[in-house]
Design a protein around this ligand. Structure first.
Ligand code: FAD
Length: 367
């Protein structure tokens, strides 16, 4: 094979977004995917485009990405199944409502719309919540997409070369495929999500397993993505198994029910105990869920890093290797911001946001 400019390993939403942005800026892209495009965590995820403020750097990247999805989704709403439904974060007590009020300021500072809801406003927006909740927070700019289809669409726009095979090794100036063939390029981008350590074992990535349930069609049962305020505390940062109330209206009228997190479980089977805990948590917040018919349950893996932020940029010790992985439960959202950052760094242009918090070098001591 004659040298390509860039080889991307992994055709999930992150790899496809990077391919799309690099192709837009003049790179010739070869994508290597062992399965089908968008079949990994991208197919397993909820597809919520969400601005989250667990840390300032997370808010900056998610806010930037939310805006990019809005532009992409508004231009092609049917392709991406882009549904700008917003998110309602439910406070379960007065302490969480005080936290919600503080969050309004940080969202506003990031240029996002955020609205504090008292109890009456909460039930006006989501009448099926259990009685007695004090209020919540509404982020109107959040949305829902069909991420596998978005991944495929982003890839199709590139005009690049797709190779269906598994990369078994990365070496200076290229990769080796399972069939023994070698591909050469100056730049290799690792975008294999939770499997990143199979090719670079020193990466600080741990798989976090999640379960999701989808119901039959109940249009109008909920109007927003609805999640508990404790979601970030329970889910994103916790180092132990956790469940959180987090449900989503799909364009079909179905309801997607999540979520839970388990570290270091490598088998994809549904765990009835974890599933039961997750569903009970959701029913506690929205009792009517117990009456809905469910159609399917599945599991998937998030790629967790120790600080909850992705790895975007050059590997400090492996020349020519660039990383776009470690997006945990936000990779569908942050794929577009990730792609823009990666392309700016590779093109030596000014990125839209400061790349420092996401650079992989933070986890590698200097030589
Ligand atoms: C239950 C659940 C719910 C989630 N909900 C949301 C949500 O609502 N919003 C959100 O923003 N994010 C969500 N996420 C997270 C999101 O799904 C991921 O962060 C995102 O999909 C990661 O994309 P990726 O491209 O990095 O990884 P993946 O989608 O896993 O893609 C990696 C690809 O690499 C390929 N690959 C791996 N190894 C090799 C190899 N050696 N050679 C060739 N190809 C290889 C795989 O086949 C795969 O297709 C959720 C995740 C889960 C599990």
């Amino acid at each position: 094979m004659s040298p390509s400019d860039v080889i991307i390993i992994g055709g999930g939403i992150v790899g496809c977004a990077c391919a799309h942005r690099l192709a837009e800026t003049g790179w010739r892209v070869t994508l290597v995917e062992r399965d089908t495009i968008g079949s990994g965590a991208t197919a397993a995820g909820m597809g919520q485009i969400v601005a989250l403020d667990d840390s300032p750097a997370e808010l900056v990247l998610t806010a930037d990405s939310q805006r990019r999805w809005h532009t992409l989704g508004q231009a092609n709403p049917l392709i991406h199944e882009y549904t700008p439904c917003g998110t309602v974060w439910v406070a379960s007590d007065d302490e969480e409502l005080t936290l919600a009020a503080a969050k309004v300021s940080s969202y506003h500072a990031a240029g996002l719309h955020a609205e504090l809801l008292d109890a009456a406003a909460l039930y006006r927006h989501e009448p099926n919540l259990r009685p007695g909740l004090p209020g919540g927070l509404r982020i109107a700019g959040d949305a829902v997409v069909y991420s596998s289809r978005s991944a495929a669409w982003l890839w199709e726009q590139t005009g690049g070369t797709l190779i269906h095979d598994e990369v078994t090794a990365i070496q200076s100036g290229g990769v080796t495929l399972a069939n023994g063939r070698q591909l050469r390029a100056d730049v290799v981008v690792l975008a294999t999500g939770s499997r990143a350590r199979e090719l670079v074992p020193t990466l600080p990535i741990r798989p976090k397993k999640g379960h999701l349930v989808i119901t039959d069609r109940y249009p109008g049962f909920i109007h927003h993505q609805v999640a508990e305020m404790g979601y970030a505390k329970n889910a994103h940062l916790a180092d132990v198994d956790s469940v959180a109330f987090n449900i989503q209206p799909r364009a079909t009228g179905q309801i997607l029910i999540g979520s839970c997190r388990q570290y270091d479980i490598h088998t994809p089977e549904v765990d009835p105990h974890m599933l039961g805990r997750m569903l009970q948590r959701c029913i506690d917040f929205m009792p009517g869920l117990a009456t809905l018919s469910t159609l399917r349950v599945w599991t998937g893996y998030r790629a967790a890093t120790p600080d909850g932020l992705p790895l975007i940029g050059p590997h400090p010790h492996i020349p020519g290797l660039w990383l776009a992985t470690g997006h945990e439960g936000l990779g569908i959202t942050t794929s577009l911001g990730t792609a823009d950052l990666l392309a700016a760094l590779l093109n030596h242009t000014s990125p839209a946001i400061n790349p420092s918090p996401y650079l992989p070098e933070r986890f590698f001591p200097a030589h």
